[in-house]
Every structure is written in C-alpha cells, then in structure tokens.
Design a protein. Structure first.
Length: 332
DNA sequence: AAAGTAAACAACCGCAATACA
DNA sequence: TTGTATTGCGGTTGTTTACTT
C-alpha cells in the first residue's frame, strides 16, 4: 500500500486563514500542545491539512514571534548568516528566535537580497545573493552542519551554565515570550530557546495580530458562546490597548494569555536549577536539551560571546570581521 | 479617482529527514 | 533492518496592500 498524501485534496480549504480557524487552532493547541499535526484537522474539524495547521501555528499564531520592523542588528545578522550558511533559513532563524524562517526568508527576498547584491556587485542585481556559502562551491557539506550543530550546542550550553548563576536580563536575551506578569500557572513550554526575557513587547506583535482578528470576529459574531468569548478576547480590550504592550508595558490582557496559557520560560530558566524545559501539560514536549547538553563544557570564545548577544554589536562586528576559517577553526 | 505596477507577506507544494512500529 | 508515517525545510506562488502614473 502506497503512502497516502499528507492531506486529502478534496474538501481541504486553502488560502488565508480566518479568525475563526485561528481560534479553533489556538484553542486546540492550548489544550493539547503543538505536535501530532496529523490529528489536528480531524480533532478540530478544521478543513485544513495538517501541514497548513502546523505552518499557521509556527509562522503566525505561536507566541514569541516578532513581526515586521527588522532592526539593523537583525538585518546584519541575517546578511552575515546567509553568507555563512546559505539559504538555510531554519538555521538562520535559530539565531533570531523571535523570527520565523519564513519571515526571514521573505525579508531576505524582498529587502536584503537586492540590497546585498547592490553592495556586492555595485548594483548588478542579476547575480544570486548568497555568495560566500555557495561561492565556496561546497554543497551543504558536513562542515556546515557541524558548524551549525556546534554553535547551537555551544549557545545552549553556555546559556544553561550561566542561567544557573545569574538572572537573565533583557539585554542579554532579547527574544521574547509571553510576559510572566500575566501568565497563569499552567506550565506549558515550547520548542523555543530558553533564554527569554520578561518582556512582552515582541510577543505582543503576534498577540496583537491574533487579538485584532479575534476582536473583529467577535464584532461580527456577537453570539459567540460566553465560554469561548471569555477565553478569547480580553475584556474591553482594543487594538490601541494592545498596542500599549509594544511600549514595554505589558498590556494586562489576561484572558488572551489565559487562552494561550504559556508560561514564561525566562522565569522557568531562572527558577529551575536544572534549567530543563518544562513539560507542557499534554506531555508532548520532551526535554531534548538535557541529553544534548549533558557532558558539554564549552569555553567562551568570540563566537559564544556573539551568540550571547550581550554587547552584541561589538561582538557581532568582531565575528563578522573574522573569516569563516577562523570562526570554524577548532570545531573539527 | 481609476488603472497599472511593485512590494510585502501568507500560504502551498514537494522533497528530505527523522521517528517509529 | 525496513517500510511507513510524520514533521521540517526551502522554493515558489497567490493575494493583498501601497505606491505611481
């Protein structure tokens, strides 16, 4: 028997997601946690294929996503990482945990590629942007993978090591998860990296998107059951109110956070001496880092400094100044 | 104001990698 | 060990929005 398609072609809805669908998906994931995407359409009644559900969640709905307004720093990192790694957007995104690979890819294709080509070729846009990695004529070779793996591990190991001894500051780890100030006690974690500040601003961007959608939806469908409504929309919330969260002051939209029920891992990291990821209530998340990081002792190097992002500007400049050979030396 | 064009972004598709029985 | 199911990734396309003429 052959392998069935990931989704039945008949009766599968395509195109933009509606707020109703978002609500259903978010509600389901709140209860069951992300994962087992195959069963999501069946269990939720969504007329979407599992891939579509996963993509919607990972690229748009999940908390911790920062959207739009790439900073100069992020831009430089993308350019440099792209040169280093090529079009491996997921790998690049792992260094910008608030950004999705899709977002970075789009940003590269729409903003940076041209800009980068101009700088490199004096305005000749015809040539492909990723130069270093591809121009080295090495395919996605082992050295790349090793580099990626080692950097990742070093980053995690260092973070974990330091998290045992000192609180994490916003400046140290700029990426964000839902603010702990308005999170309920349900312990859910995620696949996100653990270094998270107590800063709601970036979460608010996706949070705001969803909330706006929900709000509009609620206006359109005032007959929404109270149970759902209470969970979905912050009481008396408005887009402007939500927008406050971008100022660094967390908008107390308890209801929506309650819907999402994500705990802050920054808090978790500080509090948990073993700094392992907490397990979500569905028990779907495994602590993969534990095994990964055990027995790793990584010395601080320029690379790690850069990875830690503290004093990121200087470190990044240093890193960007060093050659690929230098940056990979000692990894093999 | 309307039409045309470009830019931005969300989503889809197909393949590869990984997990699992 | 092998075959199948599931998930992840990168390339690409489609739609919407902004801008120009």
């Amino acid at each position: 028997m052959g392998r069935p398609p990931c989704c039945e072609k008949i009766g599968i809805k395509k195109g933009p997601w509606t707020p109703e669908e978002d609500i259903i998906l978010v509600s389901y994931i709140q209860e069951h946690g992300p994962g087992n995407w195959r069963s999501v359409p069946t269990n939720t009644g969504l007329m979407r294929c599992s891939k579509s559900c996963r993509l919607r969640w990972t690229n748009y709905l999940r908390p911790g996503i920062k959207r739009g307004n790439f900073t100069d720093h992020e831009e430089k990192m993308i350019i440099h990482l792209q040169a280093l790694l090529g079009n491996r957007w997921a790998a690049i995104a792992s260094y910008l945990p608030q950004r999705t690979d899709n977002d970075i890819k789009n940003y590269w294709n729409t903003h940076l590629k041209r800009k980068h080509n101009k700088l490199q070729n004096g305005g000749n846009d015809d040539q492909e942007g990723h130069s270093s990695a591809s121009s080295q004529s090495q395919p996605k070779g082992q050295w790349e993978r090793s580099l990626q793996t080692d950097i990742k591990m070093a980053k995690q190991a260092l973070f974990e090591a330091l998290s045992l001894h000192k609180p994490i500051t916003n400046t140290t780890f700029p990426e964000t998860k839902p603010s702990i100030s308005h999170i309920n006690t349900t312990t859910i974690t995620s696949t996100y990296p653990t270094k998270q500040p107590n800063n709601a601003s970036s979460y608010a961007s996706s949070y705001e998107n969803i909330s706006k959608l929900l709000e509009n939806w609620m206006m359109k469908f005032p007959n929404t059951p109270n149970s759902l409504r209470n969970n979905m929309v912050p009481t008396g919330s408005s887009s402007s109110k939500l927008a406050n969260s971008t100022t660094g002051q967390c908008s107390p939209d308890l209801a929506f956070d309650s819907l999402l029920s994500f705990n802050s891992s920054s808090q978790s990291v500080v509090e948990d001496s073993d700094s392992n990821m907490k397990i979500n209530k569905a028990g779907l998340f495994q602590d993969q880092r534990k095994t990964n990081m055990e027995n790793h002792h990584v010395p601080l190097t320029l690379l790690e400094n850069w990875l830690f992002d503290d004093g990121a500007v200087q470190c990044n400049e240093d890193l960007m100044n060093i050659s690929l050979e230098e940056s990979t030396a000692g990894l093999f």
